[in-house]
Design a binder for this molecule. Structure first.
Ligand code: ATP
Ligand code: MG
Length: 441
């Protein structure tokens, strides 16, 4: 392929990509495209990660073949995307994303809204133009597996060397075109342990508000990438410091801002630490749990108001949950598959903390019991619930059938004692939280 003289080509002897680390499906896609007479390379995060010796999440291919030509070449492929039209090629269990080289979106053909946000950019271009329209220099490297060379138009190799995250082109314009790039900058900085170059980091707090206009569905996906990448705690701190957290989660932010070491802050630190542990052990994580934590205090605050207006606790909880989830969905979509468990986990808190609950053992069969119990323990750790409840449910789960009866009687007994004490003038709050509680001493 003919490259302009200013394109740097780095031969295999001068970089550390091990051919064996390349996904065989991705390699086959590149080879087949090249054999059909097209140009094709691996590109983006996979090249970056391979050069850094990390395991790529996914493999992307860039080519001068148009999506329809890719579609025609691969039987097991389909065209996807509106904003970016590209082909998904299935190779075994993998899906390889194949995108046609695109031109810089400043082109008059690209649609933009009044903030400068790109609505569509399907303007095809050369390999160099494709490199320049990418977000960061380290994400704009191409690797040709047949020749073993890395192609670099943006000094991405130098930035990899110095661990620098640098946006391509004028930072402010590039963030305006696509505000999600700000989230990506913060995410990559944490994930890779890179520093964001000054010019690239400075506009972020000033432009963070533009994230409000990103379609909520895309935002939901980005949130999951931020918090389910194995470094959620650090990422949270980073997006908080850059003023981005408040734009994504305004209702949660109010509580953290008012009480920086309060319940939400503690729940988040505890919850994100668990999430990181699970992700790093290869265990599954569900989006619902993240939102359960984030929106708990806003929901409960609203629930208290509704309760004080005369609604029964469970009804108040249900209504407050509906309201808060709907409000948050305007910022980051919360799909139904997440909203249903979130509501159930919240409602179960009321049951788990109710010593008069009828037939408590039946709750152990509830499909959300485990998540609700985990959340209760997290709340206890954050000082938001009485440990007596956590202890009791832990013991109930460990108990045999006959011991269960005993435990349930015991709990009812506690309840009676509590009432008696109350009669003897011991003051306590609505949930009966008091340090002299028999199980807390
Ligand atoms: P990850 O490890 O999260 O997959 P990635 O860099 O591969 O990181 P992808 O979302 O898979 O991220 O995108 C692949 C490539 O597409 C990026 O490396 C970058 O070159 C380009 N890209 C992705 N999103 C944008 C964007 N918002 N603006 C410009 N280029 C982008
Ligand atoms: Mg990727």
């Amino acid at each position: 392929m003919n490259l302009p003289p200013h394109a740097k080509q780095i031969p295999s002897s001068r970089h550390h990509i091990r051919p064996s680390a390349i996904n065989s499906g991705a390699r086959s896609v590149v080879t087949k495209l090249q054999k059909a007479g097209f140009n094709a390379q691996l590109v983006g995060g996979c090249v970056r990660d391979l050069l850094l010796g990390l395991k790529p999440q996914d493999f992307d291919v860039a080519t001068d073949a148009h999506p329809e030509e890719v579609r025609a070449l691969f039987r097991r492929s389909r065209l996807v995307g509106r904003r970016f039209r590209l082909a998904h090629v299935r190779m075994g269990r993998e899906i390889i994303e194949v995108a046609t080289y695109r031109a810089n979106p400043t082109s008059k053909d690209a649609e933009q809204n009044s903030d400068g946000r790109l609505l569509r950019d399907n303007v095809y271009g050369t390999l160099e133009e494709d490199a320049l329209r990418r977000d960061f220099t380290i994400n704009a490297l191409y690797y040709d597996p047949s020749r073993g060379t890395v192609i670099d138009f943006t000094k991405g190799m130098d930035d990899l060397e110095t661990k620098t995250l640098r946006i391509i082109g004028p930072p402010e314009n590039r963030y305006r075109e696509d505000p999600v790039r700000m989230l990506r900058a913060l995410r990559f900085a944490v994930k890779l342990g890179f520093s964001i170059e000054k010019k690239s980091s400075r506009p972020i707090p000033l432009l963070a508000h533009l994230l409000k206009d990103v379609p909520p569905a895309r935002m939901f996906e980005e949130i999951l990438k931020l918090f389910h990448g194995g470094k959620a705690t650090k990422t949270y701190k980073k997006i908080y410091d850059y003023g981005v957290f408040g734009v994504l989660f305004p209702y949660t932010h109010r509580f953290v801002q008012k009480h920086p070491a309060g319940i939400t802050a503690k729940l988040l630190l505890g919850g994100l630490k668990n999430t990181d542990l699970r992700v790093n052990q290869g265990k599954p994580v569900i989006p619902a749990f993240l939102f359960t934590i984030l929106l708990w205090e806003p929901m409960r605050d609203r629930m208290k108001t509704l309760h004080s207006e005369g609604l029964a606790p469970l009804t108040a909880c249900h209504m407050a949950a509906e309201e808060i989830l709907a409000m948050q969905s305007g910022h980051t979509l919360i799909p139904r598959r997440a909203a249903v468990p979130i509501r159930e986990i919240w409602e179960l808190q009321l049951r788990l903390e109710n010593p008069r609950l009828r037939r408590p053992a039946r709750l152990l069969e509830n499909r959300r019991f485990r998540a609700a119990y985990d959340f209760l323990l997290l709340r206890i750790e954050a000082g938001d619930a009485d440990p007596v409840h956590g202890n009791w449910w832990t013991r109930l789960q460990e108990a045999g059938l006959s011991q269960r009866e005993q435990l349930i009687r015991e709990r009812r007994g506690i309840q009676k004692k509590k009432t008696k004490r109350k009669n003897h003038g011991v003051s306590r709050n609505r949930r009966g939280e008091k340090s002299q509680h028999p199980e807390r001493r």
